[in-house]
Design a protein around this ligand. Structure first.
Ligand SMILES: Cc1cc2nc3c(=O)[nH]c(=O)nc-3n(C[C@H](O)[C@H](O)[C@H](O)COP(=O)(O)OP(=O)(O)OC[C@H]3O[C@@H](n4cnc5c(N)ncnc54)[C@H](O)[C@@H]3O)c2cc1C
Length: 289
């Protein structure tokens, strides 16, 4: 049933420390973190959101900002997709994440939707997630006990099951720069070019070295399994070989890596065919560079 507004309570913490204490000490109902609200409001409207207490993170300056370091970028959890699109350092260093940001909803959504919310919402169709995985991202989580880092690769234990404690907040995501000369790629396939949920979403990072053979390969997928995942068999089919020469072998290996389902957006057979086409497109594009 849709939640009545009068029954909702919103806690507005004064600082990150206050937010963490509120989460930790919550006797009774623990408040649900609220960032841009672009997922939560949909669930509230649909009546599928459990809980009536919310912890509004929006004014926490500690969770904002993009910092470019010498070897990595750190994005505060409240960084919006618009900020990612417009940041010169991100455009230079992380073109695949910028491309993904440009395809999250439309401008209104990109103004509010945050990277932390995309990660914590944990949808297998979340568009930034394959890019984070392909770039070996690290999620920074914080609670009253302190800060810890979780490799993005180990963040999702199963469908919408995050390796975070109930009183932890995501405060940032750290993105190592891709190896120099590496090619980074993003491709989302949906029902139409804008405002659609992914049927298949992919990000790849590939570098070729001596003789044009691949010496660094990351292939990461969304909407083809219960969690965002890397396709290890397909990566092994490409490593040490000339990418454009192993397209068919990589495609065949990819079928062993992914397990798409039939659902309202698409079906298994279509997703397998499209994932193979996207992989072929990536390998050919990498070869042309
Ligand atoms: C019209 C529309 C179109 C959309 N299109 C796309 C799309 O194309 N691609 C896509 O990937 N998504 C899309 N979305 C989904 C949504 O915009 C994204 O998932 C967005 O990144 C969520 O961020 P948010 O800040 O709004 O999260 P919220 O809705 O505030 O929160 C989402 C979840 O994350 C938790 N959370 C938020 N921040 C934190 C934190 N710092 N620490 C711990 N937990 C936290 C919340 O408790 C909640 O469970 C769309 C949504 C709408 C309404």
């Amino acid at each position: 049933m849709r939640s009545a507004l009068s029954q909702l309570e919103v806690v507005r913490p004064r600082s990150l420390a206050h937010a963490l204490r509120t989460l930790h000490e919550a006797g009774g109902e623990r408040p649900v973190p609220l960032a841009g609200g672009t997922d939560l409001f949909v669930y509230l409207n649909a009546g599928t959101q459990r809980g009536t207490r919310f912890l509004d993170l929006w004014s926490l300056r500690e969770l904002r900002g993009i910092r470019m370091g010498r070897s990595h970028a750190t994005l505060g959890a409240l960084t919006t997709f618009r900020e990612i699109r417009e940041h010169p350092g991100m455009r230079r260093r992380f073109p695949a994440l910028v491309a993904a940001a440009a395809e999250v909803g439309a401008a209104q959504i990109q103004n509010r939707a945050t990277i932390g919310g995309n990660i914590a919402n944990a949808s297998p169709a979340g568009d930034s997630l394959p890019v984070l995985l392909a770039h070996d991202a690290v999620v920074v989580a914080r609670s009253v006990r302190g800060e810890r880092e979780v490799a993005f690769e180990r963040l999702y234990r199963g469908y919408r099951d995050l390796a975070l404690e109930p009183d932890e907040l995501i405060t940032a995501v750290r993105l190592p720069f891709a190896p120099s000369r590496a090619f980074a790629f993003f491709r989302k396939v949906g029902t139409r070019r804008a405002q659609s949920i992914s049927k298949v979403v992919f990000s790849g990072v590939l570098r070729t070295g001596r003789g044009g053979t691949a010496d660094f390969v990351r292939l990461a997928w969304g909407s083809v399994a219960p969690v965002t995942l890397r396709s290890g068999a397909a990566e092994r089919a490409i490593e040490g070989r000339v990418p454009a020469a192993v397209v068919e072998a990589a495609r065949a290996a990819l079928e062993r890596d992914i397990s798409p389902i039939d659902d309202i957006r698409s079906d298994r057979v279509y997703r397998i065919a499209v994932a193979g086409n996207v992989l072929a497109q990536f390998l050919r594009a990498a070869a042309r560079r």
